[in-house]
Ligand binder design. Structure first.
Ligand code: ADE
Ligand code: ZN
Length: 324
């Protein structure tokens, strides 16, 4: 048994088709059949269609209780696969589109984490995340909401969405608000765009980690920079193959980045959309990347060491790894 940790998963994107249907029933909402496949997974083909399906499914998360249930359900599944720490990215923009105030969405997530910690011993933290294609003004609003309502479980600020919309410099203001308030930052880059997107993110945003960053391998100078600046990549192999970033696992950059000395970690991104889980990502790393149990445990160590949790929590989690 290998203990696991995850530092890149989108909370709204963790809700399974079954849970999405349950929440829709709870609110008397009818979802289009086209949202699901016959196998009861989510239906999408391109990245932009994936984002649309994600938006549609997220619209059923409408109350603090819903957010609590989505969070609890996900952390339970992670704990069942031997995860001891999970950072979830929450999206106040999706909550707002479903009619919820920032504080209500946060209260629900905090309750979900607290209940899951009590029931399964798993630790959870929150990275509040803005949506790139909604633009810099909206991102600034989210940053201001985040710093106006600090909570010990909210440890980070980040950005997902369409990487080809806007430029990282447009979001410097929003990120600086969060960073100056003590939040650690990450940003999606080098997933749906090339190394120049990662360079722009590093040039303009106060980030410690890059979401994905897997296309950095195309630029040797950038690979050097990632090592020199001690940037951790939140790699999501199953997501990358599902979204066509690489044709297959043999062509994935994970091993090359790792061999070069870049800090890499394993993550599921949006588990049900990519028919994955944190457990499956570790299995992929074992079967396709040939990693041993010791090497997998070292990846867990990298995730914990570079998580956004406080030092005391990190030491407690690292001690748990030591005792296995
Ligand atoms: N939002 C949810 N999943 C995402 C991904 N893989 N890339 C960018 N934005 C996202
Ligand atoms: Zn992501």
């Amino acid at each position: 048994m290998v203990l696991k940790a995850e530092i890149h998963s989108h909370l709204e994107g963790t809700a399974s088709p079954a849970l999405v249907r349950k929440l829709a029933d709870r609110h008397g909402m009818t979802l289009p059949d086209s949202l699901f496949t016959n196998k009861d997974s989510f239906r999408w083909t391109t990245f932009l269609e994936f984002l649309k399906a994600y938006d549609m499914a997220s619209a059923v998360i409408r109350t603090p209780e819903d957010y609590r249930d989505v969070t609890y359900d996900y952390l339970k599944r992670c704990a069942e696969e031997d995860a001891i720490y999970v950072e979830v990215m929450s999206s106040p923009d999706h909550a707002a589109m479903a009619g919820m105030a920032y504080q209500d969405h946060l209260d629900g997530i905090v309750q979900g984490i607290t209940d899951a910690t009590n029931d399964f011993g798993i630790e959870g933290r929150i990275i509040v995340t803005c949506v790139r294609h909604l633009g810099p003004d909206q991102a600034e609003k989210v940053a201001l909401q985040t710093v106006a309502a600090p909570h010990p479980l909210v440890v980070g600020f980040g950005m997902g969405g369409d990487e080809n919309a806007h430029h990282p410099s447009d979001f410097a203001w929003a990120f600086n608000i969060a960073h100056e308030a003590g939040l650690l930052c990450n940003v999606h880059a080098g997933e749906m765009a090339g190394p120049e997107s990662v360079i722009a993110a590093l040039d303009h945003l106060p980030v410690k980690r890059i979401g994905h960053g897997v296309r950095s391998i195309e630029d040797p100078d950038l690979v050097k920079r990632l090592i020199e600046e001690d940037i951790t990549l939140e790699v999501c192999p199953g997501s990358n193959i599902a979204l066509g970033v690489f044709p297959d696992f043999n062509n994935h950059s994970f091993l090359k980045l790792r061999k070069a000395g870049v800090k890499v970690t394993l993550n599921s991104d949006d588990a049900p959309y990519f028919e994955t889980s944190i457990g499956r990502e570790y299995l992929i790393a074992r079967e396709h990347f040939g990693l041993s149990d010791d090497e997998l445990l070292n990846l867990t160590r990298t995730s914990i060491e570079n998580s956004f949790a406080d030092q005391k929590t990190k030491l407690k989690l690292l001690a748990r790894l030591q005792s296995t």
